[in-house]
Design a protein around this ligand. Structure first.
Ligand SMILES: NC(=O)c1ccc[n+]([C@@H]2O[C@H](COP(=O)([O-])OP(=O)(O)OC[C@H]3O[C@@H](n4cnc5c(N)ncnc54)[C@H](O)[C@@H]3O)[C@@H](O)[C@H]2O)c1
Length: 402
């Protein structure tokens, strides 16, 4: 057996998926069958060809349907703008391909519901890339809390600061189109939302106090293609920004509450998911700017000597042993590694290999829908002047098995 893979979207995150498939067979032992790197799909042939060359894929396709129609391809990552996910995912599932779709599932709750239906009716399976579930430090904190060592969770405070939009001359791109809630909230708020549940061990019940701000109201139109968060040559034409640069809201998990804030105009924070979690017997905190460590506070010893201590990530923590070429203590990890671990888990399932505690399968489309329902409730709260809005009840798979 071998697995033929393709990546649709050769942009910023698409390259992360391409690199991850290339590395997959070198991670966590040698039980994965041969992985054939078949195609990188991108409407921009230059982007597609460059990525295919760089990551060793056989070809590029400018139309995703060529990937859907190719019997040599078994598994496909969908890594394009959020509003394009539904059509491509549904087409791939109808063609019998296993799908790993990037977060958020789509840009509207209606499309997300239809995507779940399509996944449930498909002969193949569909998963979503909730990439920060694969962060070793975050997973380590989750394990410590789930073990009961810190006691009952009392309070969560989470932020995702990014600064890719802080420059007013950063060009217009798909990220700035769509209504309030499709901006920073969908882009980076989607991540901290599921992380808040993963860490507290509870699905969110309601959100309130939602506030959106469009800090920079128009952006210059680029003269060429725009990829990822990058700057580009721009014209003197400007278009209106339609969505949020900043979003803030409170989260209620029942007996635990907290605040979440996200921003794409947080100058000096290129990309930093960070949080603190406070518990009866101590606390833990994480900052993506220091991916190779987390901080732990245990209520033990004389009160005058308590405080946070720094724990360096190593093989004793999730994903490191066998997941890094050099998996010795203190060897650092980054967001690229999260894609490696995630796509290896996806291929594990495609290959029919068992799910293990060390390598859980990827999250489901129902999890992706729940994530969108949480974001949608934030939008509803904003439209209701900050009123509390219930999030439909859910039991995300990442609370049961990671
Ligand atoms: N998990 C993560 O950490 C993470 C990080 C970044 C982005 N993402 C997600 O990945 C997705 C893509 O984001 P990005 O930053 O890579 O975007 P991007 O703008 O850098 O790249 C998108 C690519 O899609 C191509 N494209 C556009 N229309 C297409 C079509 N119809 N068929 C094929 N290709 C098409 C574009 O030419 C471009 O190369 C989004 O859903 C985003 O939320 C996830």
């Amino acid at each position: 057996m071998s697995i033929g893979v393709a990546v649709i979207g050769a942009g910023m995150a698409g390259r992360g998926h391409a690199a991850a498939y290339r590395a997959a067979t070198s991670l966590y032992g040698s039980d994965l069958p041969e992985v054939r790197l078949v195609s990188i799909g991108d409407v921009n042939s230059a982007f597609g060809q460059a990525a295919a060359n760089r990551f060793g894929f056989e070809r590029t396709d400018s139309d995703w349907r060529a990937i859907a129609d190719d019997p040599k391809i078994d598994a496909v990552s969908v890594v394009v703008a959020n509003h394009l996910h539904r059509e491509i995912v549904e087409g791939l599932l109808a063609a019998g391909k296993h799908v790993l779709c990037e977060k958020p599932l789509s840009d509207t709750i209606e499309d997300a519901v239809e995507m779940v239906k399509a996944a449930n009716e498909a002969s193949s399976f569909a998963r979503i890339g909730l990439t920060f579930l694969r962060n070793p430090a975050i997973a380590a904190i989750q394990q410590i809390i789930a073990s009961g060592q810190l006691g009952k969770v009392l309070h969560f405070s989470g932020r995702y600061w990014a600064d890719y939009s802080a420059d007013p001359m950063a060009p217009m791109a798909w990220r700035y189109k769509g209504g309030m809630g499709t901006g920073a909230l969908a882009d980076v708020g989607s991540h901290i939302s599921y992380v808040s549940e993963f860490i507290t061990g509870k699905p969110v019940k309601s959100v309130s106090g939602a506030r959106f701000v469009t800090s920079i109201k128009e952006r210059p139109v680029a003269t060429g293609a725009v990829m990822g968060h990058g700057l580009a040559d721009v014209s003197d034409k400007f278009e209106a920004v339609e969505n949020d640069d900043y979003a803030g809201f409170t989260v209620d998990f029942g007996d635990v509450a907290g605040v979440v804030e996200v921003s794409r105009v947080a100058a000096g924070h290129p990309t930093s998911l960070n949080f603190e979690v406070y518990c009866e017997k101590g606390a833990a905190r994480f900052s993506q700017a220091r991916n190779g460590e987390f901080e732990l506070m245990l209520n033990e010893g004389p009160s005058g000597q308590r405080g946070f201590r720094t724990v360096q990530i190593g093989p004793a923590h999730p994903y490191i042993a066998g997941g890094l070429a050099v998996d010795a203590p203190g060897v650092n990890v980054g967001q690229n590694d999260q894609f490696f671990f995630q796509n290896r888990a996806f291929l594990q399932e495609v290959a029919g290999l068992p799910e293990t505690a060390a390598l859980p399968y990827c999250a489901s489309f129902e999890d992706g829908l729940h994530n969108m329902e949480m974001l949608s409730s934030v939008i509803d709260s904003y439209n209701a002047n900050g009123a509390s809005v219930d999030v439909p009840a859910a039991a995300p798979t990442y609370l049961k098995k990671f």
